[in-house]
Design a protein around this ligand. Sequence first.
Ligand code: TXA
Ligand code: MG
Length: 322
Amino acid sequence: MHPEPELLEQAARILSAGGLVAFPTETVYGLGANALDEAAVARIFAAKGRPERNPLIVHVASIQAARALVTHWPAEAEALAAAFWPGPLTLVLPKRALIPSLVSAGLDSVGIRIPAHPVALALITLAAMPIAAPSANRYTHISPTTAAHVADGLGTGVDLILDAGPTQVGIESTVVSLLGAAPQILRPGMLGRAELARVAPTIDYAKSEPASDEQRPQLAPGLARKHYAPRARVMVVEHIEADNDHGMTRVGRLSLHPSRLASSTDPELAIVLPAEPAAYAEHFYEALHRLDALGCELIVIEAPPRTEQWHAIWDRLNRARS
Ligand code: TXA
Ligand code: MG
């Protein structure tokens, strides 16, 4: 599925006029505006109900365009960009003054990436501008992996939604800061530490306080703010039970093992996800969106393996659980 060329041209015109266009990337759908137009960027925050302390990611179509937005392009940026762009990797670098401070939430840095999606790249190229785009969901809700999720969540707040079917990666990009002595992973993603370390051997997870609420890990239940969360309550359990209603009337379940949900009374609410991390991530948000839409009060999720390849999924599980 691919939007008509006329629709892409219309989308580029909307962006040039300061409007908002939701578009697919390989990770999740983004809510885009001209990154150099502060008034347009302000509309993103309004449409999402997002606090202005959360910086946005700027999407470009070439390394040259990325370099034009920063004051310093270190060797690690060159190496990581060459290895992983276009792809699900956001690099945080010192920003040039042409980027409005609203984009970076007042920080001196900016997150940049080249998305690996033909529609996103075509849009950036046609519009001939860097596009600021957070995930196209209401603040604190789960990111959209289909155009329908965007329409359901943001509705009339968006001028145009480009539909190219479900996204492939399924969760948000890995965010890496290149501001310090060694690269730091601020937000884990499906592009994992091991892969990144082949190009940037000193890379590690950030230990210091993250720059925004969305990156704040759940230190203890109730302490951290709820993010990437469905409307339903979320519980993560070691062994899922198809018949335990947890005192609720409508319980959705996500398991990795078909046999464990075989006795479910309402098969619609019992979803089996693939037991392989990339395929799990691809379908994870879609499953949460679906159970939310079916009116679940509680979503019980079976704990996936606790290995490094599942790290980013565990990060999202910990943010979604209540
Ligand atoms: O996959 C993705 O990254 C998607 C697609 C649309 O590209 N975008 C996305 O954007 O997830 P958003 O706004 O929902 O999340 C952006 C993350 C936030 O956690 C934000 O704090 C971090 O990137 N970020 C952006 N600029 C930053 C900066 N200057 N310093 C630290 N973190 C930054
Ligand atoms: Mg987001």
